[in-house]
Design a protein around this ligand. Structure first.
Ligand code: LRH
Ligand code: MN
Length: 442
């Protein structure tokens, strides 16, 4: 949206912050156009018996956790093209998430990865996050890399390793991560294991599974009563023949053997080509074992691209199952973990994350438009055409005025990326942090 070029850039040199008056000024210049679009859609939906305000309320309540490891420029094995003004510390990462949350009021928590983001003194970190209205979501352990001061290597695995000493080291790391999370007020440990093999014959699948289960049981026993453990699966990479926790089935098996505090984390990029992820989601919700998501998008492998950039219809279909499942389980949306897990090779990380959060809210809003009663009726009459019509009518509705209204009512921007660019945020970060700063993470 054009027409906000007269806003002054008023950043203080110490800590990067977007002031409420800057957002309000920006919204004032955009409001009339937005409101016309919003009222038009509100009337359109009203004719279908849908109350726009109810959907806006649900969008306002929906908070997405931002990964601490995706605030810098990522890279691939073929290279990394560094960005500028990247966060140099956990404090600056929290500041960056604070910028996102100020702009869209839907990025209200940060998910840390240990040891990439070990909090030094906890209280100042908590105070900074609180000052930016942020919480700490799940904490992620890391036994897929060797740290320089590490005694035993994870080259051939961690929780599944044939050597009990390596498994012990990995269990202790996860328990350490829980401690960091407890100090920060987090309520969940998120585990992704790269454990597996690259060649037939290399691994005893059953022993690897049993070793992993034993190790996870020790970690499970260390969880505080009100904590959860998320078990993330992945079909392949960095192992290219077998992965111990390779799919939703193996993750669910582990969770069922561990106990009620363990649930399955679905990373959208972790499936074999053309997997029906919305059906996996429906099944996990039916079993009450869906932890939540690592949202991203991909065309081929674990590409970690912007959410909704490649397959927005799949994301919509996933939210259709999520909303159905939450209704069936009578569970509120904040009882699930909504997290982004992306890596930015060619986009400004903050712009990429703003696009991802918007794509998630758009998919949720579209899915909330689906006339469930009519859809079930069409299904019961095997009226395949009508069923598709009902879904695609919702998917083809431009719900962006609802998403913008939710951001505006929550004190956010009507056009976060336009304001981000107008205020020259990246340039301010460059001035504050310098050109060649590199953020820890992927
Ligand atoms: C593995 C993964 C996992 C993280 C890592 C950063 O591919 O999705 O969630 O720990 O990315
Ligand atoms: Mn992930």
């Amino acid at each position: 949206m054009a027409g906000c070029s007269n806003l002054p850039s008023l950043f203080n040199s110490i800590q990067m912050k977007i002031e409420q008056y800057q957002i309000d000024q920006h919204n004032d210049s955009l409001f009339s156009r937005h409101n016309n679009q919003y009222i038009f859609l509100q009337e359109q939906l009203g004719e279908q018996g849908i109350h726009a305000k109810d959907i806006v309320k649900q969008l306002e309540a929906f908070q997405v956790a931002i990964p601490s490891w995706a605030l810098g420029t990522g890279g691939t094995r073929f290279g990394r093209f560094s960005g500028v003004g990247e966060p140099r510390s956990l404090e600056e990462k929290i500041e960056d998430v604070g910028l996102l949350h100020a702009l869209n009021r839907s990025s209200g928590s940060i998910s840390l990865h240990i040891p990439w983001d070990i909090p030094g003194e906890t209280q100042p970190i908590i105070d900074l996050a609180t000052s930016l209205d942020l919480k700490f979501d799940a904490v992620n352990s890391n036994t897929f890399q060797d740290q320089k001061d590490q005694e035993l290597s994870y080259k051939y695995g961690s929780l599944s390793h044939v050597d009990a000493q390596v498994r012990k080291q990995a269990v202790e790391h996860n328990i350490e991560v829980i401690k960091h999370g407890v100090n920060l007020g987090s309520k969940a440990l998120s585990i992704w294991l790269s454990d597996g093999s690259c060649f037939p014959g290399q691994s005893n699948f059953v022993k690897a599974f049993q070793n992993t289960l034993e190790s996870l049981q020790e970690i499970y026993a260390a969880l505080p009563d009100d904590w959860k453990v998320y078990v993330e699966y992945k079909a392949y990479e960095p192992n290219f023949y077998s992965t111990v926790i390779q799919d939703w089935g193996s993750s669910l098996l582990f969770c069922q053997k561990l106990g009620p505090k363990a649930d399955v984390l679905v990373d959208l990029g972790h499936h074999l080509p053309n997997a029906n992820i919305e059906q996996i989601v429906a099944t996990l919700m039916m079993e009450g074992r869906l932890a939540g998501f690592h949202f991203n998008d991909s065309k081929y492998g674990d590409d970690d691209l912007t959410v909704g950039a490649i397959r927005p219809y799949q994301l919509f279909l996933i939210f259709v199952e999520l909303i159905e499942g939450m209704k069936r389980a009578n569970r509120a949306s904040d009882t699930y973990a909504w997290m982004i897990d992306a890596s930015h090779n060619v986009k400004d990380p903050l712009e990429d994350l703003l696009q991802s959060v918007e794509a998630i809210l758009i998919a949720q809003a579209q899915a909330l438009l689906v006339d469930r009663k009519k859809l079930e009726q069409a299904r019961n009459e095997n009226d395949v055409v009508l069923a598709q019509q009902i879904l695609q009518n919702a998917f083809r509705t431009d719900v962006r005025p609802l998403v913008r209204e939710a951001m505006r009512l929550s004190g956010g921007s009507l056009d976060p990326i336009a304001l981000y660019r107008h205020l020259g945020v990246r340039n301010e970060l460059l001035n504050e942090r310098g050109k060649l700063t590199v953020a820890t993470g992927l």
